[in-house]
Design a protein around this ligand. Structure first.
Ligand SMILES: NC(=O)c1ccc[n+]([C@@H]2O[C@H](COP(=O)([O-])OP(=O)(O)OC[C@H]3O[C@@H](n4cnc5c(N)ncnc54)[C@H](O)[C@@H]3O)[C@@H](O)[C@H]2O)c1
Length: 447
């Protein structure tokens, strides 16, 4: 029996998870392509017109115990999750369009899919946003809050959250940032401690971007906050501390959808086989509003930082200098209106094998960004709510699976390999329920 000890980590005691009773409000700063595709999809699924394709919370199973036990329940039957029928949507946006108008303008979904849920989408009207052109230069909208200081604006967001909760008789809330990518901001002293952050809000310091005010307001209201864009937002020492102090889960950054998702599938494969990389050139054409915002070099720099770090962390050039030292990595996003939300990406990957012989891999991905992002928004909303009910606080590393730049504890490098991330996610669910963690050792089947 001693060999059996290797198969799993011993089961932990099950965590007490509060039940998912009542309704869950899902608030999105941003009511653009991603948010409206998410909301339209959930309503279509609720009305029986579509399937939740791409969503782990709705479709994935989880193996429990040994392979011979044949226990693989659906995740949603294994842990207590909010049901789709319990979700209520709200949003903020500087553009006053309701979700139906915004979805039509975004051009992701066809009219045949929008028409059956048109009444529902038209009823979702964005609350006035905290918005400032300094941080997103290529957008203009007048559905914007006014306040003397940034602190005032953040307090107005807190009031919105309370009002929304009362109006819709909600039990709980979560927030997922689906708004535009802001300009690149380096963490400074304003983001180092809660006091310094709050003082900077009072004096409307330029280092405090709108996304940070939403994050602060949500944490203060006990609302889990998740950042779907690459901007700093909640990823600062001050806000991590605040989230820990107030027992609120946070996660980010930047939904892992098209090209980066592919990178985190292919790069672990190259490393697993000890094949070298000389260079990886990625280019995209994209014609939606996100593409337009990213056409601004300051917003693109935020995105570029998020995309570039992935390969280095997976390939570890410092550990494998003969294979990965000095590979060139170039990422381009070109705004090209005719394609709308249908992005096309080209990857040229120069690799080398036995005796240094070069080979090439070409990937041509005709992808639909918001179609890939929508189930991520759904899963994050549902898992962040689970995290809160399970008493988790601060950075939720187990949700790295969904992000291009996963937040981690300070001085810890993020895990980018999609398969390690999936294992981390599922093992966290097993841990929550006191099931053995799965190590895939497998010796016990042969003894
Ligand atoms: N689609 C994807 O695959 C994907 C992947 C990773 C990250 N993202 C990020 O998700 C975000 C949303 O993408 P999208 O395609 O829906 O973009 P979008 O331009 O269609 O929508 C963004 C919306 O945010 C609004 N907005 C801007 N600043 C705001 C503020 N301060 N408060 C509230 N609303 C604000 C805009 O008016 C717009 O309606 C972007 O930051 C994008 O980079 C998307």
């Amino acid at each position: 029996m001693t060999q059996l000890q290797g198969k799993t980590s011993p089961a932990s005691r099950p965590t007490t998870i509060k039940p998912a009773t009542g309704r869950l409000g899902v608030l999105t700063p941003g009511l653009g392509a991603v948010a409206t595709t998410f909301m339209a999809g959930v309503e279509s699924i609720r009305r029986g017109h579509a399937k939740p394709i791409g969503s782990l919370t709705q479709m994935a199973t989880i193996r429990l115990g040994k392979r011979t036990e044949n226990r693989s329940p659906l995740i949603k039957e294994f842990v207590p999750l909010a049901g789709l029928d319990d979700l209520v949507f709200g949003a903020w946006d500087p553009i006053p369009d309701d979700a139906l108008t915004a979805a039509r303008k975004a051009g992701v979904l066809d009219e045949k899919d929008l028409a059956p849920v048109a009444d529902f989408l038209a009823s979702i009207k964005p609350m006035p946003a905290v918005f400032d052109n300094q941080y997103v230069t290529r957008l203009h909208g007048d559905n914007v809050k006014k306040g003397k200081t940034k602190r005032d604006l953040a307090e107005q967001l807190r009031q919105d959250i309370r009002d929304f909760k009362a109006k819709h008789k909600l039990e709980r809330l979560v927030a997922v940032w689906c708004a535009s990518t802001e300009i690149f901001i380096k963490p400074g002293p304003q983001h180092a401690t809660i006091d310094q952050f709050e003082n900077a809000m009072e004096r409307s310091d330029a280092a405090i971007a709108p996304s940070m005010l939403y994050a602060w307001a949500c944490i203060m209201e006990g609302v889990p906050y998740c950042n779907g864009a690459p901007n700093l937002a909640v990823d600062t020492q001050a806000l991590v501390q605040l989230a820990n102090d107030r027992g609120v889960p946070i996660s980010g950054k930047d939904f892992k959808t098209g090209q980066t998702w592919m990178k985190t599938v292919i790069a672990p494969g190259l490393k697993a086989r000890m094949l070298g990389l000389a260079g990886w050139y990625s280019t995209n054409i994209l014609g939606n509003r996100d593409g337009e915002v990213l056409d601004d070099p300051a917003s693109f720099k935020t995105k570029e930082e998020s995309k570039l770090s992935v390969l280095h962390t997976i390939l570890q050039p410092e550990v494998y200098p003969e294979l990965y030292k000095d590979f060139s990595h170039v990422v381009r996003i070109n705004y090209y209106p005719p394609r709308g939300d249908n992005k096309e990406g080209w990857d040229n990957i120069d690799i080398f094998g036995w005796m240094g012989y070069p080979m090439q891999i070409k990937v041509n991905f005709l992808c639909r960004d918001s179609i890939l992002a929508a189930p991520i928004v759904l899963d994050l909303a549902i898992f962040m709510d689970l995290a809160k009910r399970a008493g988790f606080r601060g950075v939720q590393e187990w949700l790295s699976f969904y992000f291009k730049s996963p937040m981690t504890a300070e001085k810890l490098y993020p895990e980018h390999d999609l398969f390690i991330q999936l294992m981390k996610l599922k093992n966290t669910l097993r841990y929550l329920k006191g099931e053995d963690l799965i190590t895939h050792l497998g010796r016990e089947y042969y003894d």
